[in-house]
Each structure stands twice: as C-alpha cells, then as structure tokens.
Design a protein around this ligand. Structure first.
Ligand code: SF4
Length: 218
C-alpha cells in the first residue's frame, strides 16, 4: 500500500520515553498554520518497503515513532502500523487529532503503545482557526481527546504555543480541560520562536523551538 513521507531518522533517543527509536514523518497535513513554511520534499514508497527498512534497523532500536503533521491522513498508515507491530517493534503515534475515526481504529487495534496529540491553538473554534486556518479543527481535536480519554494505553498531550494567538493564559484553560477528560500524562510545551519566522515548528524540528518545559510548571 502506497505511502508518502518527508523524513526518516533512524536513531533518536528523545521521542519515545528515552528509548532508542526510529522516527518517521509521514506527509499530509490538514492545516495551514500561519507560521508554516512547508516541511520539505515528499518521498513515495509503500508500507511494505518502509517496514522492511525499519526491520533492518531493528538491531539498533526496538521502537518506532510514527508522526507527520497528521499521519492518519494516509490509508497506508494503518497497514504500516500492522507490519511494524508484527515485527515486534513498539510504536508511538504522534497526531494532530484531525482524524478521530482513524485514531479510534488504531487504538482499538492495540497496535500502538503510546499516542501523543499535539495541540496548536486554544480549544475554541475561533482560536484554533486563527492558528491553523481550519474551521473544523477544534471539533475534531475534541473527538480525538475523547477517544484517548477512554483508551487504556498511554496518551499524552503536547502544545505548540504561538503567542499571541496561543499564549500561556490559553494553556491553563486547555490543561484543565485535558485533565477533566482524564488524560493524566501531559507532555512538554513548545514555544514557536518569532525570531525564526517562516520555520515550521513541527515534529522533530528543534530549530524553531524556543524552549520546552513540562506543562505543569507553566
Ligand atoms: S506547521 Fe505543521 S501542522 Fe501547521 S500547517 Fe505546517 S505542516 Fe501543518
């Protein structure tokens, strides 16, 4: 089954609870964040071929982080998760929360061990739209948070702040909401650095991130 991706990092230690892991950034994004300058060239392959590459790297790592901006935009992603799981690799999925139906399927399948949902705006329609340019974004994020709240696996929520549209005061409200849903593990908060305009602070790109701190201390 066909898949498109931006990048593979074969060895990382910072993306999956300190485990040595590989990181795959699949293509596909439903948003047009005001600070985005795109994420690079797309390579085309198949789920089978990608799984084969990770199989070869399995001597170095025993986990794979599958992200993108929204990895569940592609139909081949589920197939890839099945193949990686079949090879005994532990899997973390990083999502924008834009495909709650697909997310529900993935967590029900027990293919993934951890899910990280990255928030990009305050949890109201207007606020999320201001950052992402997507009118239906926040409703879908809520649905995805509901999916995670009833999942027994390890879920965490991170946020990319982009003041003034998504600022610290918004985050306090978001944190209460996430806690009310019973999602206990909240992750790091990243700041979009206005001194690097036009650089997308997407998964794995350290350059535009001004600082990352545990959510609880914000
Ligand atoms: S910053 Fe990431 S989520 Fe936002 S539009 Fe760009 S690729 Fe998509």
């Amino acid at each position: 089954m066909r898949l498109e991706y931006y990048r593979i990092e074969y060895l990382s230690t910072g993306c999956f609870s300190g485990l040595p892991c590989s990181v795959l950034r699949l293509s596909g994004c439903p948003y047009s964040c005001f600070y985005c300058a795109g994420v690079g060239e797309v390579s085309r392959t198949t789920a089978e071929s990608l799984a084969e590459q990770f199989r070869e790297g399995a001597a170095l790592v025993d986990a794979v982080v599958v992200g993108g901006c929204e990895p569940l935009m592609q139909r081949g992603t589920l197939r890839l998760l099945e193949l990686l799981h079949g090879d005994g690799l532990r899997i973390k999925l990083c999502t924008s929360g834009h495909r709650p139906g697909a997310l529900e399927k993935v967590v029900a399948s027990e293919l993934v061990e951890e899910v990280e949902l990255c928030l990009r705006g305050p949890l109201d329609s207007e606020g999320y739209f201001r950052v992402t340019g997507c009118e239906e974004a926040v409703d879908r994020v809520f649905e995805s948070l509901e999916v995670l709240s009833s999942w027994r696996g390890h879920s965490r929520v991170t946020a990319i702040l982009a003041p003034p549209h998504f600022a610290v005061q918004d985050l306090r409200e978001v944190l209460h909401m996430v806690r009310r849903l019973g999602i206990e593990n909240t992750g790091a908060v990243h700041w979009w650095d206005a001194s690097h305009p036009g650089v997308a602070p997407a998964l794995g790109e350290a350059a535009p991130v001004q600082r990352a701190v545990p959510w609880e201390v914000v």
